[in-house]
Design a protein around this ligand. Structure first.
Ligand code: GTP
Ligand code: MG
Length: 193
């Protein structure tokens, strides 16, 4: 693999109107609360503490922008959806800021939808897929925590998941593990494309 680009945190914001300047192409990471979005970003960038991770869901509450390389593009770590503990009003607010982001960010080039390989597509993920398709976004799937499945089970689960997600509009489905970095090269390739 070519060298992993450098990355630095730029800012957190509550909605797209506060997106950092200069405007650059954005690659966003979406998924359920606690699915492993921030861990995947750290794994991709080979940086341990860049995106804050936690065993407690609801860690990432804002749109977090990271500048990649010499200002080539931004990674955007999105707040996870489906975190029950914050209460309905707050959940709604997060869901709205997410949907606004997907719908309105003029710079959004690609969404990496992160699923737990063991759980597959949940109802809330289906809502996200629907939003991605309505707004005609390019999206692909990283099925993470792949290290938690035995090899044969992983192959079988991936085959099923892939069939379903490609038919829903995913451009690619990649098995990933933030602990072993499995899938890292493939995901970088897909992002570069
Ligand atoms: N075994 C394993 N654990 C993982 C993997 N990715 C994430 N985790 C664990 O899952 C938990 C949640 O990870 P985060 O990266 O904080 O998840 P998140 O989606 O950013 O969570 P929120 O920001 O709260 O929405 C942490 O305890 C991670 O160590 C993986 O690939 N394999
Ligand atoms: Mg997070």
């Amino acid at each position: 693999m070519k060298a992993i680009p450098t990355a630095e945190f730029v800012k957190s914001c509550t909605d797209v109107s506060q997106a950092p300047k200069p405007a650059l192409p954005e690659i966003a990471f979406a998924g359920r609360s606690n699915v492993g979005k921030s861990s995947l970003i750290n794994s991709l960038l080979n940086r341990k503490g860049l995106a804050l991770t936690s065993q407690t869901p609801g860690k990432t509450r804002l749109l977090n922008y990271y500048r990649i390389g010499k200002g080539d593009f931004y990674f955007v770590d999105l707040p996870g959806y489906g975190y029950a503990k914050v209460g309905r009003a707050m959940q709604k607010e997060w869901a709205k800021s997410l949907e606004d982001y997907v719908g309105e960010s003029p710079q959004l080039e690609l969404v990496v939808l992160i699923l737990d390989l063991r759980r597959g597509l949940t109802d809330l993920d289906s809502d996200m897929v629907q939003a991605l398709n309505i707004y005609r976004r390019h999206w692909l799937v990283a099925a993470t925590k792949a290290d938690k499945l035995a090899k044969q089970e992983k192959i079988k689960t991936m085959r099923e998941l892939e069939g379903m997600l490609i038919s829903l509009g995913a451009e690619k489905v990649i098995a990933y593990s933030a602990s072993s970095h499995e899938g890292r090269e493939e995901l970088w390739k897909a992002i570069a494309g």
